[in-house]
Design a protein. Structure first.
Length: 386
């Protein structure tokens, strides 16, 4: 594991203290803990890094990539998330997720502009209806941090993909007119970039639809901007229960006291929180890293839900591992830690096939009379087939 990030399962206290602010050490607590200040002061260019008095040393490759990718998928990093990055090492697992890499400029022949076929299943602007009983509702193109492995690079950070009020209204009308929809995933971008007032109005409109049973809020703010979840914000979310928060921790370096306090406040507020990790080469393609992250998440009452095989999004082939690597991680977790710490390993079928679960092979042979299988420890057992 990167020397900047100790094995977090050995940390004795998750919620005390604070992450050092580095070049922002003179910023007042009021500003630092104001999510709007964090958004307004994001690092967007190499010049923004240079203005920090040499605190961060960008490589020549990073400087070139920041400039060359600006029109296709711009950079944006909150000061808080920047403090989690190694100052000079481009291989830092947190830094790799936030600063453009030269390999983004060399897409693979298998890369797809819309890897999940969301546009093909978009019934009205902003609504993707792939599964029978649930829809994805695209409500904003903004994020606090533009993750370099984003599966929606074609839309996120692009102002032309902004969800105008008319589009939101059309999406709500679609949900109202489809009684089979019981589950709405509010996504983007990151819906928590909306103000509390706008989010309250949106969630209230969804909750008023009789056949909608649950609302899922898909946000990486607990990772990149935990200051966003104030007591007032959590109180607002509680009014629209059941609300399930799906977040996206990928590495122990993101498991800070601020993030821990954020997750615990959400849980204390009665909100169910789950994590959707993406398997990324050089970031978390190691069972110890995944285990450490998931143990930390469970301590904060956040369920490790999914481990995603990286999608075929344009320009992220340098992040993709083999499927065998993902299966090896699951094999190393199952039986070696509690089942709650073992996520579902899934691949989204390219072009819109939906989530396909992947599991290591435990069945050795089977016939009409018996099934022979191997357990987590490699021991052989038989079970009657009928």
């Amino acid at each position: 594991m990167h020397e900047l990030f100790p094995e977090v399962s050995k940390v004795t206290s998750d919620v005390t203290g604070a992450t050092p602010r580095g070049p922002w050490s003179d910023v007042s607590d009021d500003k630092w803990n104001d999510w709007r200040w964090q958004q307004q002061n994001r690092l967007r260019s190499a010049q923004d890094f240079d203005a920090l008095g040499g605190h961060f040393e960008l490589s020549d490759g990073e400087r070139h990539a920041i400039s060359a990718t600006a029109d296709a998928f711009r950079m944006g990093i909150t000061p808080y998330y920047a403090t989690l990055m190694d100052r000079s090492d481009p291989q830092c697992p947190v830094r790799q997720q936030a600063i453009p890499h030269p390999d983004e400029l060399n897409p693979s022949p298998v890369d797809l502009r819309d890897p999940l076929g969301e546009e093909r299943h978009m019934t009205v602007p902003g609504i993707t209806h792939r599964y029978p009983d649930r829809v994805l509702f695209y409500v904003t193109h903004h994020c606090p941090v533009y993750c370099r492995h984003c599966t929606r690079k074609r839309k996120v950070s692009d102002p032309t993909s902004a969800a105008a009020k008319a589009q939101i209204a059309t999406g709500l009308d679609y949900i109202r007119s489809h009684p089979e929809v019981r589950d709405v995933l509010v996504s983007g971008g990151d819906p928590m970039t909306l103000s509390d007032a706008r989010l309250d109005t949106l969630l209230g409109a969804i909750r008023a639809i009789p056949h909608v049973e649950i609302i899922r809020l898909c946000t990486r703010n607990p990772v990149t901007l935990p200051q966003r979840f104030s007591d007032a914000t959590i109180a607002m979310l509680k009014r629209h229960q059941p609300v399930l928060v799906h977040t996206h921790f990928n590495h122990p370096g993101e498991c800070t006291p601020e993030a821990a306090r954020c997750l615990r406040r959400l849980a204390d507020g009665g909100l169910s929180v789950a994590n959707q990790m993406v398997l990324l080469k050089g970031v978390n393609d190691d069972a110890d890293v995944v285990r450490a992250t998931n143990h930390w998440l469970l301590r904060q009452r956040c369920r490790p839900y999914y481990l995603f095989q990286a999608d075929l999004a344009e320009g992220i082939s340098h992040f993709r591992t083999t499927v065998a690597a993902g299966l090896d991680i699951i094999r190393a977790l199952r039986g070696h830690t509690s089942g709650m710490a073992v996520p579902h390993y899934v691949i989204d079928g390219p072009g819109g096939g939906g989530k396909i679960p992947l599991v290591p092979e435990y069945i050795i042979e089977q016939d009409d009379e018996r099934i022979v299988f191997r357990n987590w420890a490699g021991e052989i057992y038989e079970y009657p087939a009928r």
